[in-house]
Design a protein. Sequence first.
Lengths: 292, 278, 284
Amino acid sequence: MRRIKELIIEKSLLSSALITIAVTVGIILVLAIEAVSFFKEVSIFDFFTDTQWTPLFTDKHYGILPLLSGTLLTSFIAISVALPIGLSISIYLSEYAPKSFRKTIKPLLELLAAVPTVVYGFFALIVVTPFLQQFMPNLSGFNSLSAGIVMGIMIIPFISSLSEDALYAVPKDLREASYGMGATKFQTAFKVVVPAASSGIIVSIILAISRAIGETMIVAIAAGQQPRLTLDPTVPVETITAFIIQVSLGDVQHGSIEYKTIFAAGITLFAFTFLLNTISYQIRKKYQEKYE
Amino acid sequence: MEITMNKIADRKIDLNTISSKDGTELNQASRIEAKDVKVWYGDFMAIKGIDMTIKPNTVTAFIGPSGCGKSTFLRLFNRMNDYVEGFKMEGKIKINEDNIYKKKINVEELRKEIGMVFQKPNPFPKSIFENVAYGLKIQGITDKKFLNERVEKALRQADLWEEVKGDLKKSALALSGGQQQRLCIARTLAVKPSIILMDEPTSALDPISTAKIEELIHHLKEEYTIIIVTHNMQQASRISDYTAFFYLGELIEFDKTKKIFTNPEKKQTENYITGRFG
Amino acid sequence: MNSIQKNRLKDQLFKYWGIACTLIGLVLLVLFIGDILIDGISRIDWAFITDLPSRKAEKSGIYTALMGSIWILLLTTIIAVPVGVAAGVYLEEYSKKNRLSAILEINISNLAGVPSIIYGLLGLEVFVRIMSLGASVLAGALTLSLLILPIIIVATREAVKAVPKSIRDASYALGASKWQTIWYQLLPASGGGILTGVILALSRAVGETAPLIVVGALAYVPFAPSNPLDEFSVLPIQIFNWISRPQHGFIENAAAAIIILLLITFVMNGIAVYFRNKWQKKWK
């Protein structure tokens, strides 16, 4: 009796775990089915080469490039902000800061990632853009610069916290060996600790990029809704995610081509983040083995 | 700091003129003097007032039960405790007449003068060559030829050259534990210190590797002052000229090794070396 | 300047640069919260919380959105917590090292990195359409449950893993079965850690906007939901809607609603940190 009960419990726990696989399969199926039916109406070649994305206009074009460029541009700006700041923070906290300071500051920094993204969107649109316009009169009300900078602030803790964990995990005796030979903290950090923690740092950067690519509300609010193939950070653009929001806000009939476009856009986005996540998982796996 | 270190630097120039019998350059060892040294970690008093003088070109062993303060005391000489939170120190430690706890001392310069080998071999995750050249490179030395010479010399001194000369580019982590520890010694020798601190350098090694390192220590005495913390009483009696016995943060006895192991003054020392506690 | 002085200078410069970087994030956060407080605090009164949305900014309140958020929070908790904790316990205590466990592991790590808007697309197709739940609170809560599932699973695993082996041994030695050991020993012992993870996950859910927009949550609903199949809005969507309007009055409303949302988020995070510290002390 007791054995049967134990077995039932084990199986029901297992089925909970299996739900996670169902979710992944569900995501892939849903995106794939709708995308396939999208590509029955739009050629894949056009999708990847057409430089216009105007599915909501009468003259319809379905080129993903403008959305992709918007996504990559905002992500690039965000990473350019978050990477130097986040890495410096992580090195400072793990190599220089007193323990007590580190303990207080880390959760505070993590608050940056806890702030809802819609709030950051408000910040970018209402505060940062007008502020930047004082120096850059040509800056549009919607632009990838403000959205990217604010997104960068949001993902600082992704880089700083995870990198700091990796740096902190580097055995103390490596540091001591370096100090023992007369190296400064700076030399020790950059010649010994950072190289030893490099895989962990790379993982944190990849996760931050993945996060930036998938971020929605900041760009939907502050970067605009005009798909445009450009590298100019001062003009409105539209990201993949912002497009999905734009369509979802309207009243779109299931089965219509507009409905299918958001899945085609979605699968493109998913492919990117899936690739990044898989790479980071593999690196992390390898790196765990190294230290255990 | 400049004054202090210039003196050491001057001395280093002198030593280039000193030669051994066969005409090769000899490094010159330093003398250490500790006066009424007290150390606290937060509220805990780890060292309770120790005086000690260590002569150049000798091997001194620090022995005593775990937590007696011997490692803490050793790490005072290259100011390695500075990074421990709550560390506080009183008293003076002089190396060749210069107080190394003076406010203006340059800690990095000091640590070049005083090498350290740790309990667990801790090579950097870099190549063998890069490990040995590390100390020189952080001083800004980039001359390839000079680096090659120094690396070879250090590896020879550490008795590792023959084993690794073919693959200096290989990762140091691929070496055996004993080889790694000799590499760490070579890494220390490459910057030509005058004192070498060893914190239980063989406790993680097998008996054969241990024997090799003990032999090495014996040779190194010619050019360096060596202080070694050890848990192994036989090791202390085999390799050291002087032995210091620590207990609960105090220096109980410090004398010639022979005397300590055959006829100690203090009852506590006798109890410890005969294995009655510890 | 010799090389040692140069190195020391670099060392000092980097230290100050590091401090500056650490502070800049926090300073921006403070500036930003300050700005929002200035914009919005005067707008907050009891009526703002109890009023229905309106076409006029000064008459609009957040009542329906707040109620929608509370509904979402409750339903998401009910759905996600049991499943997430069960899955976490399974992975940590039952799962053997085989292909299935490797796949589960990769999969959960991947799910944690899937953009939230993709969950929205999944919810739209599966819950709203195939299961015909429509753009209901239930469909929204199910979608967010899937979104936060990986967070709860990972937190549960870590909390359970941290329980010392001696406790398991002691329980087994007394003749307890695996499940009894889990139920009477491991779960109570790891409760603080699990709770921390759950609260953090829920605070994430409260702030989510994109997936709910995709699922079809409305920017304007005249009434608070009264059952799980009702239409709904949530605070972040209300804020988004107000930000998109040109009139200044709505910006003020958005700032005021952000204050409420941030208050909820920070309080939840604070509680989580409190539990984490309390729980960590227990094992140290």
